[in-house]
Every structure is written in structure tokens, then in C-alpha cells.
Design a protein around this ligand. Sequence first.
Ligand SMILES: Cc1cc2nc3c(=O)[nH]c(=O)nc-3n(C[C@H](O)[C@H](O)[C@H](O)COP(=O)(O)OP(=O)(O)OC[C@H]3O[C@@H](n4cnc5c(N)ncnc54)[C@H](O)[C@@H]3O)c2cc1C
Length: 390
Amino acid sequence: MLKRNFTEEQVMFRDAYRKFLHEEIAPYMEGWREAGIVDRQAFRKAGEMGFLMVWPEEQYGGLGDDDFRFEQIIIEENQYALTGDWYTTLHSRLVGPYLKRFGTEEQLQRFLPDCVRGDTILAIAMTEPDAGSDLAGMRATAIDQGDHYLLNGSKTFISNGINADLVIVAAKTDPVNNPRQIGLFLVERGMEGFERGRNLKKMGKKAQDTAELFFNNVRIPKANVLGDPTRGFSHLMEALAEERLIAATEFIAAAQKAFDLTLEFVRERKMFGRSLADFQNSQFKLAELRAELDMQQVYIDHCVAAVNEGSLTAVDAAKAKLVTSELLCKVVDEGVQLHGGSGYMDEYPISRMYTDARVTRIYAGTSEVMKILISRDFLQQDFKPFVDRL
Ligand SMILES: Cc1cc2nc3c(=O)[nH]c(=O)nc-3n(C[C@H](O)[C@H](O)[C@H](O)COP(=O)(O)OP(=O)(O)OC[C@H]3O[C@@H](n4cnc5c(N)ncnc54)[C@H](O)[C@@H]3O)c2cc1C
């Protein structure tokens, strides 16, 4: 029997967040999907209620509680409420922590309180038209000019790209002598030479804005360099375990929701004088999915405990990202099939979940890249049979 582990405070937090989503977010989702972007007021509302960033210390406006389970609750509730493309986790737990990890005290004081309030929206820009999985192929450069860096290049597929007020941009800082050396730069809305391109039209996740960004001779003051401008790659690596867990937490929650929608549907749908749930095919399909969902949820909750105690490895998190995204795609596919023609209709949530799910095997590192990382890990170690690892 699956037993989950949340504190009393977190259970109350879940209730309050669920109510917030129901009242302040869900009613507006349809309009935001049509517009292709979330109204930035939603970030402010979440900020006012303390739902945007829990982890920053009180002096920056947060609760000062780093327990990942608060974010797990936010991620899960968004999936259960079908508000997943209002993706605040990108702002609050994916990009925000870069400020904490590598920011100076001056940067924390300058940026963090506005991020907690929802006045400043965050994004991170690594991907370029010719550099996705192969980040080392990036062409953007930031060249030291003494009192500032000069940033040139373009980025694509950037989530929050239109809404963002502060973008962490990765760029090469010594392209001639050391092409693998990158730095991270805090690019602010309104900086001269920083332009936004199209809000890209996507297969799914319609309310989440995804954009191209352009940088033409943008002067980045030294005060906006994040961390060590020669160690950007290792800064990005440090965050990988938690970033992959964020993804896996979302995918398993979405899969749980897709299962529930399908189970509800097959119980209601009548044909040949009985319910669709009475057919052995429906039962076997759903039984397989139920078993996989329960197994994977245990692994995810285990990873959450590990990240809280600082022991989650990037490889274990890659396993979580890989299998949850593959399972989600399987659940939504079987879900559409069991819905029949209704499953292809936009008015049935399973239809949207199907298109939303497809990207999960691509972003945050593709399934193929996850497999490379996992296999590299066991190939690099001396062979030790499982029985000897007990
Ligand atoms: C909706 C959306 C939002 C995104 N948000 C952001 C964001 O906020 N910030 C950001 O920086 N990026 C973002 N991305 C970019 C995302 O991280 C990349 O799309 C992803 O890393 C894949 O890179 P690519 O698109 O260049 O594909 P490619 O890297 O070109 O991959 C193409 C195919 O090649 C395969 N492949 C790659 N390397 C290997 C290999 N070594 N061996 C075998 N096969 C391989 C891949 O698995 C894939 O199947 C977003 C993307 C999407 C779709």
C-alpha cells in the first residue's frame, strides 16, 4: 500500500494551494491557453499568498524552508487541477535557486524579494538553434570588456521567454582559446540590445510562453555576472539532480491524473449492455498502468527524501526523469485509446494531456541523453554484481 509522507504543515499547505488554484488559476486557464501566455498578475497573486517561492529566507520574503516537498505539492496540485502549463516551478525552484547558489549578497538583495512577490519573473536561456543536447555547441558569447561583458547571440525555446523580467543567459566567455568555457549572466528586461522574438506556437502546454531571445551587443555590468564566468558548465551541472527530480515529480503527477481521468471515463461509458470497465482489456490495461504508477511513485518519493538530505545523485535523478516521462506518454496514449473518439476531442482533458505529455521525453534532457548518462555511470564503474552490492 502506497504511503506518502508529508508533515501536518505541508498537508495544510496543500489544502490552501488547492483552493488557490481552484479560485485564482483554473478559471483563467482557457483564456491564457488562447492567448498563449499566462497573465503575469497570476504570479503576483501567488506571490501575495506565499505560494511562489517558499525556500528564500525571511529577509528576502520567503518562509526559509528548503524542504522540496513544498514544491512537490505545488507541482502535483497543478497536475491534478489541470493547470500544469501555469508552470511557476520554473521560476521558483528551477531558476530561482541559481541566485541562491551563485549570487552575491548584493544580487540576492536586488532581485530575490521581487521574485518572491511575483513582480519579477525568471527564465533560463541555454538552448540555441544549433545547441540543445550538445550545449558545448552554443555560439552566444560574452566578452570581458573591463567594466562590463558584451553579450551577443540568440537563444530559442525559452520558457517564460516573453513574460520574463530577468533571464539567466549562458554564453561562451573565451570562445577562441577555450571554447568549452561558459559563464552565466543576469540579463534584465529593458537592457539595450535585448530583444524578444516570437512567442512560439506549440503542440501542447499552450498557456506557457516559449520564445526566441536575441542579444545584440548587450552591455552586462559586472554586477550582473552570476557566479564564476569561467565555470558556467559546472554551475549548470550542480543543479541537475534537483532539476531532473522536478521534471519527474511533474510527470508522475500528470500520469496519476491521466489514469484517474481514464478510470472515471471507463466506469461511466456504457456499451454492449455493460460498462467499459467490465471488459477485461480495460482492466488489464489499467492494472498494468496502476502497478507501474505505484512503483514509480515510491521511487520519486524516495528521491524527494534523498534531495532533502542532500544525497540525490544526478544519475539517480536521470533514471527518474527517463522512466516517468516514458510512463506518462504511455498512460496518456492508453487513456486516449480507452476514451475512443472522445479522447481526440479537445473538450476531454485526456486529449490535452496527450499533447502536453509529448514534450516530456524531449526537454530537461531527452530520453536518449538520460540513457547515455545512466549507461555511462555503470560502465565507468568496475563491474560489481548486484548480489555484491547488498
Ligand atoms: C516546450 C519547450 C520548452 C523549453 N524550455 C527551455 C528553457 O526554458 N530553456 C532552455 O535553455 N531550453 C529550453 N528548451 C530546450 C530543450 O531543453 C531542448 O529542446 C532539448 O534539450 C533538446 O535539444 P534540441 O531541441 O536541440 O534537440 P537535439 O539535441 O537536436 O536532439 C534531436 C534528437 O537527437 C537525439 N540526440 C541528441 N544527442 C544524442 C546522442 N549523443 N546520442 C543519440 N541521440 C542523441 C535527441 O535525443 C533527439 O532525439 C525547451 C524546449 C521545449 C520544447
